[in-house]
Ligand binder design. Structure first.
Ligand SMILES: NC(=O)c1ccc[n+]([C@@H]2O[C@H](COP(=O)([O-])OP(=O)(O)OC[C@H]3O[C@@H](n4cnc5c(N)ncnc54)[C@H](O)[C@@H]3O)[C@@H](O)[C@H]2O)c1
Length: 387
């Protein structure tokens, strides 16, 4: 395998973890240069034994250190569009973190740019697509084991430390992160779209901030053993000191309902401060039901007219970061795609659709209305040149 010459824009925790996973699964890689005013991921790269390469002031400066085999983009979400537009002109493959972009306008502009001839491949870090448990869910749905999918109930409930980190990190601001849902559960809505096989027709959502508020700032801040709570990790780029007294303007809990164009109905519940964590998809079909427990990495399936025990598959490999080996699996998928051995499991258009789905949900919440998605999809298809 040749050595991949890599340029990084946004050397945060995420790109550092992905690079570490790439090295772990056998990539030969050389991080030639990076652009980042204060690389939060540098210590993670250090632990992985990967030199961070030459620091550069901006993307043109980075490109002078080329040629590159891969550009990796991992800055906060509000910078994705501008970095992608510059990187696409270079003409080498791009790995870009999710959400691919942050707004509907950026989505349409990027769709227009991607439709141009000669565009290099873009691999988006919707890492759940690479997880063995998720692949199994999709394979079973595709084989028709559940019959026709009728309805889905799903959750993502985070532990308090994770919610506290989101409330201090740049993700707390719409201007940087987009929204709680866009940053945190665009993964899930990408998979739901793939399971359902249709686009959302209408969406509704309610959410707000009732946890990380100044009114709750004097609540106890210690765990039962006396250790400090809400102190997980340095909050990093543009971080705030205190989870309860920051300028946060995204939700800390939210629910959503989606009706897809093929009459599949879905409900979703997310909370960023729970004592019983969960990321669970309950998929009910005409012939069978499936529960994917993404926290414990367990799958349970049973046919509708079967009274015996359900089939249970434990994937093991549960890790503290809750990614459960997904980064390593994605690193292998990325290598296979670059070497032309297999298609990457998710396309940039899938990523844009998942993003738009979540943006529609957020708009419905803000407007307190059921949002009809048809006009949004028409604009997207027009931008893609698919009218
Ligand atoms: N796929 C996943 O599972 C997953 C997990 C975590 C994060 N992410 C995504 O990865 C991205 C980064 O998240 P993170 O957790 O690493 O955040 P982070 O705060 O750890 O890192 C962001 C980095 O971007 C840098 N940065 C800020 N402005 C910049 C600029 N103008 N140019 C270049 N770099 C700049 C910051 O200094 C920081 O080092 C986000 O888009 C996030 O949504 C994806």
């Amino acid at each position: 395998m040749s050595t991949y010459r890599i340029g990084v824009v946004g050397l945060g925790q995420r790109i550092a973890h992905v690079l570490a996973a790439m090295k772990e699964v056998g990539w030969n890689l050389d991080v030639v240069a990076h652009v980042d005013p204060a690389p939060v991921g540098a210590p993670i790269l250090g632990v992985a034994g990967i030199p961070a390469g030459r620091p550069c002031a901006d993307i043109p400066d980075l490109l002078r250190q080329g040629p590159f085999d891969l550009l990796m983009l991992g800055a906060p979400n509000h910078l994705h569009f501008e970095h992608l537009i510059q990187a696409l002109d270079v003409g080498v493959p791009i790995f870009a973190e999710k959400p691919i972009v942050r707004t509907e306008d950026e989505t349409e502009a990027l769709a227009r740019r991607l439709a141009r001839a000669g565009t290099p491949p873009v691999f988006v870090g919707l890492v759940m697509r690479s997880l063995p448990i998720v692949r199994e869910v999709l394979a079973r749905v595709d084989r028709g084991e559940l019959g026709e999918v009728v309805s889905i109930d799903a959750t993502e409930h985070l532990p308090p430390e994770h919610g506290g980190y989101l409330a201090r990190n740049w993700r707390r601001k719409q201007a940087w992160g987009g929204s709680y849902f866009l940053d945190k559960v665009v993964h899930d809505f990408d998979i739901f779209g793939r399971i359902v096989g249709a686009r959302p027709e209408r969406v509704a959502s309610f959410g707000g901030r009732r946890i990380f508020t100044p009114e709750r700032a004097d609540r106890p801040r210690t765990w039962e053993d006396g250790s400090a709570a809400y102190a997980l990790r340095d909050a990093g780029w543009a971080g705030a000191n205190d989870a309860f007294q920051s300028d946060m303007d995204v939700t800390d809990h939210q629910v959503a309902m989606v009706e897809y164009a093929n009459d599949v109905r879905l409900s979703f519940h997310a909370n960023s401060h729970t004592a019983l964590t969960e990321r669970r998809w309950y998929v009910a079909g005409t012939e069978g039901t499936l529960i994917a427990d993404l926290v414990r990495n367990k799958l349970m399936v049973r046919r509708a007219l079967f009274r015996g025990k359900p089939e249970k598959i434990e994937y093991g490999g549960v890790t503290a970061d809750a990614h459960n080996g997904a980064d390593q699996a994605m690193a292998l998928d990325l290598l296979a795609a670059l070497e032309g051995r297999a298609a990457f499991p998710v396309t940039p258009y899938d990523s844009l659709e998942a993003g738009l789905t979540v943006m529609a949900i957020d708009r419905a919440m803000d407007d307190r209305q059921i949002l009809e998605c048809g006009p949004m999809w028409a604009r997207f298809d027009a931008a893609r040149g698919r009218v």
